[in-house]
Design a protein around this ligand. Structure first.
Ligand code: ADP
Length: 476
């Protein structure tokens, strides 16, 4: 089943909300009308009762002295007629014994039982009773000294009821109109938002199919616009990542083919000239070197591509930098001597908070470059110090330097300034990319401090664990 569209849901919600408002309003207004009507009727009836009492009492006092009940029986009908004219209401008078002594509608045949109310009124209390559209209001008639009888007013409610129903009907119509109008207006309004959402949805769908966005999908500035912007950035990021990855894979296959082609060429030559001793000697040398290069490349490519995945393999600890660097200089000394390069340590006590294995890879690559891209009789100066809570390491050489325009690119995988020179020395163009990645994984930074008159790399590492996430590392 197709789910209900968001614009229908929203506009229905809006319509019901407004309907509820109208309903609550109508309840209060109608209740108010009812209360007002009630108190007006009570006031009016009380007033009429007072006037009736007054005129009966007055007439009794000025009449020749007779007994109160006799007086009422004699004059009751007249009083009822007069009071009815005066008040505009149907009036009935009762004697002390509860017998009718006057009725403004003499032939009245309606047989409303007001016995209960009458009993109350005979006991000196005001009582009223509601029947259909009438109120029977019964009140004692006070003579001088004691109660003479009871007067009853019949008040018709039909006018009040008509007014009440007119207002109630008005509210019903208003409610219906508000419901319809707010639904339509809400629907029109939310349609715009819904079409924006649909547009975002289509954009996401296109990205899924590999069609990347060329601009943000929405022109609005609100939250939906921001979401559109975010989707656009995401699309761009994915596209860049994919094209970076494609380029990386292209480079990997290209770079791997070169040594394999060379090995294959030697093996074919040896098949052709199995007796050629000089060729064999040459082949052994070259095949060995190419195999070494392949091994090195495979190692670095694997490290580069898995560095993202195996975070748990990093075990940061306080690493004594002076001791570690001295150890590494010792390991690479033989190579330095072969190249006629001197490694000069200028080390100070100090720790870095990092994974020891990663530090070894980082420094070995940099020391190796310092030797490879150096000149006969050149130097590589290795120094460290602590500054502003960071452990700084500098590896500076007196070698060939890096052209200014290559400065930005040397950290890219497979980038080499000079393919031939790099190849001669067994380089793959992956060393600095790995150095950068591993350093940043440790919460460190690496930069080129100098490119003329030799090259200097400056690295910084945290000295102690920080609770901030290191650059390029997301909390998972
Ligand atoms: P490679 O395996 O070719 O040495 P790297 O990634 O280590 O690859 O270095 C990339 C390129 O940067 C090198 O090919 C070289 O041209 C340049 N480079 C790196 N280190 C130095 C250095 N110390 N002096 C001069 N050039 C360097």
């Amino acid at each position: 089943m197709r789910s209900v569209s968001i614009k229908v849901k929203f506009s229905l919600f809006l319509a019901l909300l407004l309907l509820l408002t109208v309903f609550v309003l109508s309840v209060f207004v109608l209740r108010g009308i009812q209360d007002h009507q009630q108190s007006r009727i009570e006031k009016e009836l009380l007033q009429q009762t007072r006037l009736a009492n007054l005129s009966i009492k007055q007439a009794f006092m000025i009449s020749p002295p007779i007994e109160a009940q006799q007086f009422l029986r004699a004059r009751g009908q007249q009083f009822a007629m007069d009071l009815a004219v005066y008040s505009g209401l149907h009036v009935v008078l009762y004697g002390k014994d509860g017998k009718k002594v006057g009725d403004s509608i003499p032939l009245n045949t309606s047989s409303y039982g007001v016995d209960n109310a009458l009993r109350f009124a005979l006991e000196g209390k005001i009582a009223y009773q509601r029947e259909d559209a009438s109120i029977f209001y019964l009140s004692p008639i006070q003579g001088p000294g004691q109660q003479m009888g009871v007067i009853q007013f019949q008040y018709s409610l039909s006018n009040d009821q008509r007014f009440y129903h007119t207002i109630a009907g008005l509210f019903v119509w208003t409610g219906a109109a508000v419901l319809a109008a707010s639904f339509i207006l809400g629907y029109l309004y939310f349609s715009r938002a819904a079409s924006s959402i649909a547009k975002l949805n289509r954009s996401a769908e296109r990205i899924r199919k590999g069609e990347f966005l060329t601009r943000p999908p929405l022109g609005r500035r609100d939250e939906l616009g921001q979401l559109g912007q975010a989707i656009y950035y995401m699309s761009t990021e994915i596209r860049n990542n994919i094209s970076g990855m494609k380029q990386f894979i292209g480079n990997v296959s290209h770079e791997f083919k070169t040594p394999i082609t060379s090995i294959k060429a030697y093996s074919e030559l040896m098949e052709l000239y199995p007796e050629d001793a000089a060729l064999a000697e040459d082949a052994v040398l070259h095949i060995g070197a190419e195999a070494d290069r392949l091994t090195d490349m495979i190692d670095k490519v694997l490290r580069l591509s898995s560095a993202e995945k195996y975070d748990f393999e990093y075990r940061p600890e306080p690493v004594d930098l002076a001791a570690l660097l001295l150890d590494l200089i010792g390991r690479i000394k033989a190579k330095a001597e072969r190249f006629g390069v001197e490694i000069v340590p200028r080390l100070n006590p100090g720790n870095a908070w990092a994974d020891r294995e990663s530090l070894i890879h980082i420094f070995m690559n940099l020391l190796d470059n310092g030797i490879k891209y150096n000149v006969q009789g050149g130097k590589v100066v290795v120094s460290n110090r602590e500054e502003k809570g960071r452990a700084l390491v500098e590896i500076a050489d007196t070698g060939i330097g890096i052209p200014e325009e290559a400065r930005e690119r040397v950290f890219e995988p497979f980038y080499t300034v000079n393919k031939d020179r790099s190849r001669q020395s067994g380089g793959t163009g992956l060393g600095l990319a790995l150095v950068k990645q591993l350093t940043e994984k440790q919460g460190g930074t690496v930069e080129l401090a100098r490119v003329e008159g030799g090259t200097a790399f400056r690295l910084s590492f945290p000295v102690r664990p920080s609770f901030r996430t290191p650059p390029n590392k997301e909390l998972t």
